[in-house]
Design a protein around this ligand. Structure first.
Ligand code: NAD
Length: 482
């Protein structure tokens, strides 16, 4: 069994306790990780501090940091197929979705590599004889806590920005999906001063608090669920350090009668089945105009019923859920939804021949659910779409905004007034008009309104998460006044 080591202070190390990593498509154990001890986390933070303050790291020029990240992007592309298989086996997602994730990771390293020497300060006019400079410095030790659903993408998006800006990075991968973060660690290990990039593994409930409550870290980027986000923010509050929180969602797709129905049907379906609905920005609610509801939903049911579900490597429309915990939670919810009469298609576990230990369920649509019901309010994190109906623009907006979340929204209408008006009123960090996802858009700021998070990742704006501002005022005198 492959034991995945951690990278701490330039050394490959294991912990005392091991945790199994399974392939969700087969249920088989494919690797084991260490559950890091407190002493190991302390050692990583100590090593990061030494590395961050070393002359060695200070002397790396911004463009050299950028060049390294761009080299990593090239390396990832050269090994794209191998890394796609790793991600596919680790997360269970269809191979083509894993390939898209690997390419997105390469794009993050390339984008932030290119940006490394373009992070600039400013000068402020005050008076003759006084030069005032705004300087952007790295924040120091940045901790990156990654969820299991898009491991390589989410590792890449914040790590690339943090290294580009000169920080020392500690990544904690999710216990279920450490493989591609480890692959990144293997490549970076001997190319950066030891301690600048470190990879810690282990159970979040054990290892997470060792890291987040450590008094010598300077920033936390956490991507995960709201309850864990609250715990992370509380830990950060004790040490007054900033957090970037990318949390969950219950994102709406609002479809008006005047939409291009073909496009909307495809967009709404893809938005909820991608990665088996285990996507923070999944389009989990369809908010449909009453006049077209029956025909739209019946066409959607047909499309859902035609979807093929199977192991990631078979590269069908949808793979399995991640693990037994997710499977038990979601099948339990669906049993109750079925008893309540809400399930109009799907709702059952699926047995795939030859893969009876995989965690497969049918893509599911729920109708008739009250907008205040937990099924319309809470993140299910599976391929489950809840249908809600509106009869006025105002009602559509109110329904879209009726959850605690505000990550993403889709608006489908060919009326420019309607589409823009709704986009201006929807509480979400990203709004897509007549598309959903804009092909991932690593250049586009991404983050949540309300409980979907704090701060933004992706794009140039995310570089600010990993810098702090210093203002320097320099008095100078003309020759006759010295
Ligand atoms: P999670 O909150 O259970 O875990 C996320 C990470 O936090 C894992 O690495 C886990 O080990 C770690 N962790 C667990 N307990 C911790 C603690 N007490 N302190 C510190 N770290 C701890 O989330 P998950 O189940 O891995 O991921 C699913 C959630 O992530 C969903 O809610 C999803 O919407 C969200 N998500 C958000 C985004 C985004 O960008 N907004 C992207 C992907 C996933």
């Amino acid at each position: 069994m492959k034991k995945i080591p951690m990278l701490i202070n330039g050394e490959w190390v294991h912990g005392a306790a091991l945790v199994d990593v399974r392939n969700p498509s087969t249920g088989e154990v494919i690797a084991q990780i260490s559950n890091a001890s407190k002493a190991q986390v302390d050692e990583a933070v100590r090593a990061a501090r030494v590395a961050f303050e070393s002359d060695d790291w200070r002397q790396w020029k911004a463009y050299e940091r950028g060049q390294l990240l761009i080299e990593l992007a090239h390396y990832i592309r050269m090994h794209a197929e191998e890394w796609s298989l790793l991600e596919c086996r680790d997360v269970g997602k269809p191979l083509s979705q894993a390939r898209a994730d690997i390419e997105a990771a390469a794009r993050y390293f390339e984008f932030y590599g290119g940006a490394a020497d373009k992070v600039m300060g400013d000068t402020i006019p005050i008076e003759d004889g006084l030069l005032n400079a705004v300087v952007l410095e790295p924040v120091g030790i940045t901790v990156h806590i990654v969820p299991w659903n898009y491991p390589i993408q989410i590792t890449a998006r914040s790590v690339a920005a943090a290294i580009a800006t000169g920080n020392a990075v500690i990544v904690k991968s999710a216990e279920d999906t450490p493989l591609t973060t480890h692959a990144i660690a293997e490549w970076l290990a001997d190319k950066l001063p030891k301690g600048i990039f470190q990879h810690i593994t282990g159970l979040g409930r054990d290892v997470g608090p060792y890291l987040t409550s450590h008094p010598d870290i300077n920033h936390i980027t956490f991507t995960g669920s709201v309850p864990t986000g609250i715990a992370v923010m509380k830990a950060a509050a004790e040490n007054i350090i900033p957090v970037t929180l990318e949390l969950g969602g219950k994102s709406p797709n609002i479809v008006f009668a005047d939409a291009n129905i073909e496009q909307a049907l495809e967009g709404v379906m893809r938005a909820i089945i991608q990665n088996a609905g285990q996507t923070c920005s999944a389009g989990a609610r369809l908010i449909i105009e009453e006049t077209v509801k029956d025909s739209f939903v019946s066409q959607l049911v047909e499309k859902f019923q035609a979807l093929q579900v199977g192991p990631g490597e078979a590269d069908l429309d949808m793979g399995p859920l991640l693990n037994e915990r997710q499977f038990t939670k979601i099948t339990g919810l669906l049993q109750q939804a079925k008893a309540d009469g809400y399930v109009i298609t799907g709702g059952e576990p699926l047995l795939i021949e030859g893969y009876d230990k995989g965690y497969y369920i049918q893509p599911t649509i729920l109708d008739g659910v009250d907008s205040k019901d937990p099924l319309a309010q809470e993140e299910i994190f599976g391929p489950v779409l809840t249908v809600l109906t509106f009869s006025s623009v105002e009602e559509a907006i109110a329904l879209a905004n009726s959850t605690d979340y505000g990550l993403v929204a889709g608006v489908w209408s060919q009326n420019i007034d309607t589409a823009h008006f709704v986009a201006s009123r929807v509480q979400a960090g990203q709004v897509f008009i007549n598309n959903y996802g804009a092909a991932g858009g690593i250049q586009m700021p991404f983050g949540g309104y309300k409980k979907s998070g704090i701060g933004r990742e992706k794009g140039f704006v995310a570089l600010r998460n990993y810098t702090q501002m210093k203002n320097i005022a320099i008095r100078y005198a003309p020759p006759n006044q010295r």
